[in-house]
Design a protein around this ligand. Structure first.
Ligand code: GLU
Length: 446
């Protein structure tokens, strides 16, 4: 690393002790920016990096609620408004017991560059809570969401900060959050949240968007290298929204998904996973992936979910959570001849895994580019809300495809320009950085 990036990374580590995921996300971006600072001293002269790594605003709040037994529960709520150079803060809310400042900051930091890559006017932010929706009743989830929004409402707005879903936050939670926001503000401000229901301001394709977008960019990359998805064997970790719709699109395009997982274990079905059954288990019943065996007893199930990467495949799509693939997992994929890895989740590969994958010539699409389809379609939802309009499925889907192809083209062009041809991760970091940094330069020291 150059002096500048090294100095800023050290400052981040000193100033944010213990926030290891945030350190990892910052290091990954800063490492690729050295060629930029060599060419452009103005960024260092204007303290762009020092400002970029410090969130504009961090909100931490108490979320009290009463459970079904009448007991008072207290969770911690977060909203980190990281960067508004390109537009209102934009990014999801994550409800998961692992959520703390380090996770929200890593996600918010990633979101700045991801959102810049979409080409839409959205800044970066993220939020959430250590609340665990697993095993909670509908009523408990509703009371929690109402309490969470009672505080959050004063900080957000359709031109200020626009939250959406992430792990543990889907259509149900967005509904409860929106209802409470409307009640507090007495305003039908549709564009204050995205991922809304289709009858009340939501956009077609938003549910499918992250998974579909991942496959669109993957397809583009394969096409550019004279390859295709046809007859490829695919392993997808996770079985949430991203994993399900990545499976759907990759299958439509001729590939076969042989494995999926949840936080209890993974499923291997060599004849191809029955996606309709997974949807029923996960989307309708909120159940465990293991229940698949009740209908397909010949499928295999293992509780060692991280071992999913030992399955022989052409393409691996980690769509579960951060750091789910380490160097051991990556090495197994490489030994089995994997061609491409696309990050459906945010930062699913550890730094060691990324290095190994790159060193072994595996095509790698980083999360900032690969999973940007979700937030891009959120921006399309905001556009429709602002226009008082509703677009057709095809119109939104075509727009999403265009955005994903552009992200691929832009990241590969920028990588080549900086002497890093084929390194999409560096290309995505540099392209995202340049857009945000130039806006920050234009807007002065703020
Ligand atoms: N949580 C998603 C992400 O990681 C979507 C955010 C949004 O739609 O605002 O990008």
């Amino acid at each position: 690393m150059s002096n500048y990036t090294e100095r800023v990374l050290k400052m981040v580590k000193d100033r944010n002790p213990g926030e290891v995921e945030f350190h990892q996300a910052v290091e990954e971006v800063l490492e690729s920016l050295n060629p930029v600072f060599e060419k452009h001293p103005e960024y260092e002269e204007n303290g762009i990096l020092e400002r970029l790594v410090e969130p504009e605003r961090q909100i931490i709040f108490r979320v009290p609620w009463v459970d079904d037994q009448g007991q008072t529960q207290v969770n911690r709520g977060f909203r980190i408004e990281f960067n508004s150079a390109l537009g209102p803060y934009k990014g999801g809310l994550r409800f998961h017991p692992s959520v703390y400042t380090g996770i929200v900051k890593f996600l918010g930091f990633e979101q700045i560059f991801k959102n810049a890559l979409t080409g839409r006017p959205i800044g970066g932010g993220k939020g959430g809570s250590d609340f665990d929706p697993k095993g909670k009743s509908d009523q408990e989830v509703m009371r929690f969401c109402q309490s969470f929004m009672t505080e959050l409402a004063r900080h957000i707005g359709d031109k200020t900060d626009v939250p959406a879903g992430d792990i543990g936050v889907g259509g149900r939670e967005i509904g409860y959050l929106f209802g409470q926001y409307k009640r507090i503000k007495n305003r039908y401000e549709a564009g204050v949240l995205t991922g809304k229901g289709l009858d009340w301001g939501g956009s077609l394709v938003r549910t499918e968007a992250t998974g579909y977008g991942l496959v669109y960019i993957l397809e583009e990359m394969l096409k550019e290298n004279d390859l295709s998805l046809n007859d490829k064997k695919v392993v997808i970790s996770g079985s949430g929204n991203v994993a399900i719709y990545a499976n759907e699109k990759v299958t439509q395009l001729g590939a076969k998904v042989v494995a999926m997982s949840d936080s209890s274990g993974y499923l291997y079905d060599e004849t191809g996973i029955d996606l309709e059954l997974i949807k029923e288990i996960k989307e309708v019943n909120r159940g465990r992936i293991k229940e698949y065996l009740e209908e397909y007893p010949e499928a295999e199930y293992s509780e060692d979910y991280s071992d999913i990467w030992s399955i022989d495949c052409d393409i691996a799509l980690p769509c579960a959570t951060q750091n789910e693939m380490d160097a051991v997992g990556a090495q197994k994929l490489i030994d089995n001849g994997v061609i491409a890895i696309g990050e459906g989740a945010n930062m699913p590969l550890t730094s060691d895994a990324v290095k190994l994958v790159k060193d072994n010539g595996v095509f790698f699409i980083p999360g900032k580019a690969a999973n940007a389809g979700g937030v891009a379609t959120s921006a399309i939802e905001m556009t429709q809300n602002a226009m008082f309009d509703e677009w057709t499925f095809d119109k939104v889907d075509q727009e999403l495809q265009k955005i994903m192809v552009n992200i691929y083209k832009n990241a590969s062009k920028v990588a080549a320009k900086y002497g890093l041809k084929g390194d999409l991760a560096a290309g995505a970091n540099i392209a995202g950085f340049l857009k945000v940094a130039n806006a920050m330069l234009d807007q002065g020291v703020v």
